[in-house]
Design a protein around this ligand. Structure first.
Ligand SMILES: NC(=O)c1ccc[n+]([C@@H]2O[C@H](COP(=O)([O-])OP(=O)(O)OC[C@H]3O[C@@H](n4cnc5c(N)ncnc54)[C@H](O)[C@@H]3O)[C@@H](O)[C@H]2O)c1
Length: 383
């Protein structure tokens, strides 16, 4: 039995995503299952090297999980030939510079989205990685959610016929931070720190729409800041300079239209924090993070508009649950496993820095569309 150890410098590992999703639920979970089983008696074994700004916090994380490698010196870690991959889950504004350094040091790169705060930087990173001959990957976790996997299964099985429209509703109330602490970091609400809901969520919508229904060809967005004043982690008030709601209409290749609302200033009256309703000629579906329900054309009721009498039908009861039919692993872990197989075995992989740049492009064009009050074309990106 052989074990291929892959050393991964993990930057931003004290943050929400870096710690919970990437370290604990992905790489440590892979180690707990004995590595990635390659089926021939060999395994891939991820070996994290924690990187960050605070020695004490890194040491605490390392101790908690029995790890022995951490550093506050990114340059020294990147200079170490034993490190194979650089992973970045820092605040968005810090990412491009660190990724540039990692590529220059010849490391493969995997990072959170958005890959940069602007498309020029995002494309430059993709070009640098290509020219250096290193492999790259960007987190596109929503594709691996059970609800969206079931939706993809319906699409692949021809359930919808021609898809007409997609309506997405994402969001929840993020507390302002005065009388109850906010449940998201304050940098999310400051434009100067790379915050904003369009920059955060449009990259997700780009790859979800692209992979499931067709590339986004135009965008028209209304982006706004509903809550202009918030309180930070230390209880200090600040001006929310970034948008907290983005209402977008996206025309897709193939003719479908998607309309997605993203808001941190909305209260939830849904089954899940994000839901997509897909209407096709042959049937419709509502997919969330975990669930997916369908209504086929043969089982579609015939409502008649009459506001003078109470609703006679329980519309929500007329949908049918799509069964799991398989076990779904954590989405971040599932994508990590594919990236590590891509690095070690050269298996096919399409979620690279160019794919990441498409997400940044859509966010940038969405913000521009809103500022200029018009619909914009989304040109195809290439290197
Ligand atoms: N894929 C997803 O669903 C998803 C969800 C949330 C966030 N994200 C992305 O993950 C990244 C991190 O978000 P988060 O919510 O974990 O944020 P966070 O604030 O919890 O963590 C940020 C990390 O970056 C470090 N950091 C903070 N300020 C820094 C600075 N000025 N320079 C360098 N490092 C700094 C922090 O120490 C921390 O380790 C963001 O790019 C965000 O867009 C992705």
């Amino acid at each position: 039995m052989t074990r291929e150890t892959v050393r991964i410098a993990m930057n931003g590992v004290t943050g929400r995503m870096g710690y919970n999703q990437h370290l604990v639920r992905s790489l440590l979970a892979i180690r707990e299952q004995g590595g990635i089983d390659l089926g021939d008696g060999s395994t891939i074994w991820p070996e994290p090297v924690l990187v960050g700004r605070s020695e004490a916090r890194l040491a605490a994380v390392a101790r908690r999980h029995g790890l022995d490698a951490w550093s506050t010196d990114l340059d020294a870690v990147l200079a170490d030939p034993a490190v194979d991959i650089y992973f970045d889950a820092q605040v968005t504004a810090a990412r491009a510079e660190a990724v540039r350094k990692a590529v220059a040091a010849g490391k493969h790169v995997y990072c959170e989205k958005p890959t940069a705060t602007g498309v020029t930087d995002a494309l430059e990173l993709a070009r640098l990685a290509r020219d250096a001959g290193v492999k790259s990957g960007v987190v596109q976790d929503k594709l691996f959610l059970p609800g969206l996997r079931k939706l993809k299964r319906l699409i692949d099985g021809g359930f919808f016929g021609r898809v007409l429209s997609i309506r997405g509703e994402f969001g929840y109330w993020v507390f302002e931070g005065d009388w109850q602490p906010a449940q998201r970091p304050s940098w999310n609400y400051r434009a100067e720190d790379g915050g904003g809901i369009a920059a955060d969520m449009f990259p997700h919508w780009e790859y979800v729409l692209h992979e499931l229904f067709g590339a986004v060809r135009t965008v028209q967005a209304h982006v706004t800041t509903h809550i202009p004043r918030r309180w930070d982690e230390h209880g200090k008030p600040y001006e929310a300079s970034a948008d907290d709601a983005a209402y977008g209409v996206f025309e897709l290749e193939g003719g479908a239209v998607a309309q997605i609302n993203s808001s941190w200033a909305v209260r939830v009256d849904r089954d899940e924090l994000v839901e997509f309703q897909v209407d096709g000629v042959e049937g419709s579906a509502v997919a969330g993070l975990r669930r997916c329900r369908v209504q086929h054309r043969a089982a579609t009721p015939r409502p008649v508009w009459n506001p003078d009498i109470p609703a006679t039908e329980d519309f929500r009861a007329q949908w049918q649950e799509v069964p799991d039919n398989e076990e779904f692993d954590n989405g971040f872990k599932a994508q990590w496993e594919l990236f590590l197989r891509h690095v070690v075995l050269d298996e096919p992989w399409r979620w690279d820095l160019l794919a990441g740049a498409r997400g940044v492009q859509l966010a940038e064009l969405g913000l521009r569309s809103s500022a200029e009050g018009r619909r914009l074309d989304v040109p195809e990106l290439s290197l």
